[in-house]
Design a protein around this ligand. Structure first.
Ligand SMILES: [Zn+2]
Length: 167
């Protein structure tokens, strides 16, 4: 990530000072795999960003480029293996993943969003040591539940038919 020159502020993850970098709110592999994944809704400001991925500028180079990027690479690999193709109804899929790496990545995305939207940042910051891999478990118990959603088509948001199942 390019440097932003925000010296004097502390890294949102490790708390150390130094030059801060830009952390993508949505991992860059999502844009690579899904070219239509280029419109971002900013509910706080009521705007849409097109072709400009939202970022937060409060992560040091070590956390961003060495620690957090490993989590992104891991989930990018999961995406390549399990989510980039169309599943076939008669072919079962066994989803194999490392619980803690996936949970760390999800908590990272959640923490990034909290900082970008300035919502409950301190509540999310408690997960930073776990996200970085400094602790074996999160300081607050977390349960990761995964499931499969049936395909659906988005309709007009807020209408009674905003979600319609694809049959
Ligand atoms: Zn850091």
């Amino acid at each position: 990530m390019p440097e932003t020159g925000n010296r004097g502020r502390a890294c949102a993850y490790c708390g150390r000072g130094g030059k801060l970098t830009r952390e993508d709110l949505f991992a860059t592999f999502l844009r690579s795999f899904y070219p239509s994944y280029r419109t971002y809704l900013d509910h706080r400001r009521g705007t849409q960003l097109k072709n400009t991925a939202p970022v937060v500028r409060d992560v040091c180079q070590v956390c961003n480029n060495e620690l957090l990027s490993k989590l992104d690479n891991y989930v990018a690999d999961l995406n390549r293996r399990y989510f980039s193709g169309t599943p076939l109804p008669d072919r079962p899929i066994t989803f194999e993943y490392e619980y803690h790496r996936l949970l760390r990545w999800l908590l990272k995305a959640w923490y990034n969003d909290a900082r970008a939207s300035n919502r409950n940042v301190e509540k999310h910051r408690v997960f930073a040591p776990y996200i970085l891999g400094e602790t074996r478990d999160p300081l607050i118990p977390v349960t990761l539940t995964l499931g499969i959603l049936a395909p659906f088509v988005l309709g007009k948001l807020g209408s009674s038919e905003s979600l319609r199942l694809v049959k």
